[in-house]
Design a protein around this ligand. Structure first.
Ligand SMILES: Cc1ncc(C[n+]2csc(CCOP(=O)(O)OP(=O)(O)O)c2C)c(N)n1
Length: 248
């Protein structure tokens, strides 16, 4: 039989710590596939966040460091500046990046740091039990918005790629989704451009990946994927927001 798919060697054999239906693993696979295809594995350092992906270094076999909550972009900056030959990825959830770490993310982008951020938006703080995140939709029930997110009390969802695309430092900014095979293929294309931005020394790059949290959304994995298409993507549309020459 012809082999048409193989698990990337860079994905380890460890059992996952993610819940059934959680797309963190899909994002990990896309990263591992691209690092291998682009021959970047040996020079890569991934900065892992606090959040459900805190044990990411168990699953992707590259050099890695663990950042304090929200500080991944700052750590990635330090690593890239002291080791400019390295390929540095900052992997962050929406709580980590858009809440506690928004200052680090905005300033790394504004400075045009040559790092790549993979930003996982699952609409809540997954690890700590489903509290409201900056990305939580209006009306969405979380453990801290039991009657649904209300703008007058809780503000509005934060669109990180659109905000960062207004800055001069980024070379590539996009939003993808992990809900369907077509969108996952597109997410890989976007991520390849983000990796190229760093490889070609063009500036900061970030890909937001619209994800799901079936456990805290209290849905089956299939219902969670349907919710992404029905409720999340109309508020967080897929697309490329900044594309510098040379990322293709
Ligand atoms: C300084 C600090 N504040 C708060 C926490 C508690 N905490 C751990 S994970 C987390 C949120 C993680 O959510 P997100 O970044 O969206 O990632 P997810 O778990 O959903 O993948 C919080 C608030 C902490 N560990 N450290």
């Amino acid at each position: 039989m012809k082999l048409i798919y193989k698990k990337p060697d860079t994905i380890t054999k460890r059992d996952t710590t993610y819940c059934p239906g959680c797309p963190h693993g899909i994002a990990h696979r896309l990263i591992a596939e691209l690092l291998e295809e682009m021959d970047l594995v040996k020079k890569t350092v991934i900065v892992w966040p606090v959040g459900c992906s805190v044990f990411g270094y168990y699953f992707i076999a590259t050099d890695a460091v663990e950042a304090a909550h929200g500080r991944a972009c700052a750590m990635a900056t330090g690593i890239k500046r002291t080791h400019p030959e390295s390929f540095v990825i900052s992997y962050q959830g929406d709580g980590d990046l858009a809440s506690i770490g928004i200052a680090e993310a905005v300033h790394a982008a504004a400075r045009g740091e040559r790092i790549t951020v993979v930003y996982i938006n699952n609409g809540n703080y997954g690890m700590t039990g489903g509290q409201m995140a900056p990305t939580t939709l209006i009306g969405q029930i979380t453990t801290t918005t039991p009657y649904g997110r209300k703008p007058e009390l809780n503000g509005f969802p934060m669109h990180v790629p659109e905000m960062l695309a207004a800055l001069d430092g980024p070379a590539y900014i996009a939003r993808a989704a992990l809900d369907s095979p077509q969108h996952i293929i597109q997410a890989k294309k976007f991520l390849r451009k983000a990796f190229n931005a760093q490889k070609n020394n063009l500036g900061f790059s970030l890909v937001e990946m619209i994800s799901a949290c079936p456990t805290n959304w209290k849905m089956t994995p299939v219902e969670a994927m349907e919710r992404i298409r029905k409720e999340v993507l109309p508020v967080f549309p897929i697309g490329e927001f900044k594309v510098a020459k040379g990322v293709e």
